[in-house]
Design a protein around this ligand. Sequence first.
Ligand SMILES: Nc1ncnc2c1ncn2[C@@H]1O[C@H](COP(=O)(O)OP(=O)(O)OP(=O)(O)O)[C@@H](O)[C@H]1O
Length: 344
Amino acid sequence: MTTPPTGGPSPTPPADADPTSSTTESLPAPSATDDRPPVVTRGLTKRFRGGQVAVDAIDLEVPAGSVFGFLGPNGSGKTTTIRMLLGLIAPTAGSVELLGEAMPARQLSVLPRVGALVEGPAFYPFWTGQANLLRFDAADRTADPRTRKARAGEALERVGLSNAAGKKVRAYSLGMRQRLAIAVALMQRRELLVLDEPTNGLDPQGTREVRLLIRELANDGTTIFTSTHLLAEVEQVCTHAAVMSRGRLVRQSTMAELRSELRPRLVVRTPDLGRAAQTLAGLGVTDLRQTEETVDGDPGELPIDKFAAALVAADVRLHGFTLERPSLEEAFVALTGEGFDVAE
Ligand SMILES: Nc1ncnc2c1ncn2[C@@H]1O[C@H](COP(=O)(O)OP(=O)(O)OP(=O)(O)O)[C@@H](O)[C@H]1O
């Protein structure tokens, strides 16, 4: 299914819709709601017909100015959540607030401030990139036709496609098409960008281009909420991450917090496994585990330099002695019980 880049054309605007809120010249006037995180959900739940719970009572909070990675294996509920955030499907229970306003009740005033990329807009391949942008903007009743061309030029510039503006889209690489899709979302100034798997299907070059663009947009102050099943993506571009597993939100925090929680483990490679384990336990190492060739454990705050001497004194033959910090991947697998695609 193709989804319009914003909430889509709407019927008659409600009386409370701010008719000036969508012009490029200025953002809506600051209000009391500006202190609220740009995305807040409470108990957000989606149960599809047939009884399957795709999203199970999640409480998300996306801080202003963050690049928020919404991470989870395939089928964990990311797209369903994004669809509810944007008012594309109705929640079974719970609430969504975007930019301080309730969704979907306030969608006509909120969505013009939100750029979204969900499954990508369908482009006419025989039209130029610029012509496609103009077409999408013309379908957006909140967009000002007088500034359309200038805004298209700016959006193409933002995504680095100025030189390709006059090329037919069928000659675009996948990375260029994806950047054009993001340009659609940037035709108006946005406070929040919601991207669903923006690098899906891209080659390494296209992936780099899109990640770079995300960083640049974030540097300009736009809050970015991006789903992905790629851990590398989160590590490279995100300031915050939330982890979904089977419809549940199992963790959300800053990347710095997540990293700081990864406690190093002492790994001893030796043929004398039993004696090594006994010695380490005697020294206070906890959570000991054994493989065919190694013993490893949590050394806590104990001084590492004592361990090697103690092991040698206990006649443990040392083939290796290292302190290893678990990767984020291991941490996330521990959270979800599932593997992640760590490909670039
Ligand atoms: N319209 C629907 N009707 C019934 N079940 C659905 C529907 N849409 C999604 N689901 C189911 O809900 C669960 C969550 O799907 P969702 O697409 O939100 O996951 P995801 O994390 O985005 O995965 P992916 O990365 O594969 O898109 C899956 O089990 C999926 O099969």
